[in-house]
Design a protein around this ligand. Sequence first.
Ligand SMILES: Nc1ncnc2c1ncn2[C@@H]1O[C@H](COP(=O)(O)OP(=O)(O)OP(=O)(O)O)[C@@H](O)[C@H]1O
Ligand SMILES: [Mg+2]
Length: 274
Amino acid sequence: MTPTPVTIAAEDGQARNPALPTPESALAMRGMTVSYGEKPAVFSVDATFPAGAMSAIIGPNGAGKSTLLKASLGVVPRLSGAVTVFGTPIEKARDRIAYVPQRASVDWDFPTTVIDVVQMGLYRKVGLLGRLSGAAAQQARTCLDRVGMADFADRQIGQLSGGQQQRVFLARALVQDADLYLLDEPFAGVDAATERAIIDVLKLLKSEGKSVVAVHHDLATARGYFDHVFLINVRRIAEGPVETTFTAENLNATYGGRLSATHVDELTLTGGAA
Ligand SMILES: Nc1ncnc2c1ncn2[C@@H]1O[C@H](COP(=O)(O)OP(=O)(O)OP(=O)(O)O)[C@@H](O)[C@H]1O
Ligand SMILES: [Mg+2]
């Protein structure tokens, strides 16, 4: 007999019981507050990102998007909040997550080659003192190939263009063979071809059953790229399926009226690029 799939009723896409982390959610946080000083950068945020879907975190500069990801991962401390990954406390699920930080936050002068950067993605599995086998090197090359960077394997990372660096960081995430991919603005500062290459890789991951959560700035492509959106401006503004959540009202609430009415209409009515 086929078991009946368990569904969690969430008519508004938000109401889930914090006491019951659901395996259906790839990433969930409850009561997340983060502060670098007196004013919180992220305040009392609940969020649920569905498993097997492509989700976007959207909000203006300084809204706390990067902070939300970093605090989830424990890269910056949270004042309060619990985070689960596939229903398990994140501390016990680290090996299921690959994280690609915002490019601007990385020191690109670090003297290392492209292939080494990608292989670093394997250290969590092998251990820092473990030896990377020939098979590992082959795996790293395969992932570089998937992002169209195989010819650059022996180049110094600092000698790449911004878009090429972004592709290498995606390759490093791919080699981890994670279940949840967290990406902070993967399309920032890349040309159309690189954007296409990256979105194709992300869609392929989704087709393999993986979950993707990406900070995304380009409102015009949000509908075409993502299934689920989370709108934030320090606090959660809205979350849910892109069709019902990416609305003029929610965008206005997120950006505080800083987008022109015509622009919002275009974004929410025409549906953006696929
Ligand atoms: N290390 C830090 N120390 C102090 N304040 C910080 C630090 N990192 C971020 N902030 C502040 O916290 C707030 C949220 O920053 P965050 O980087 O999370 O925003 P963001 O939504 O990712 O913005 P962007 O779209 O510009 O990347 C901002 O006001 C920022 O100035
Ligand atoms: Mg950011």
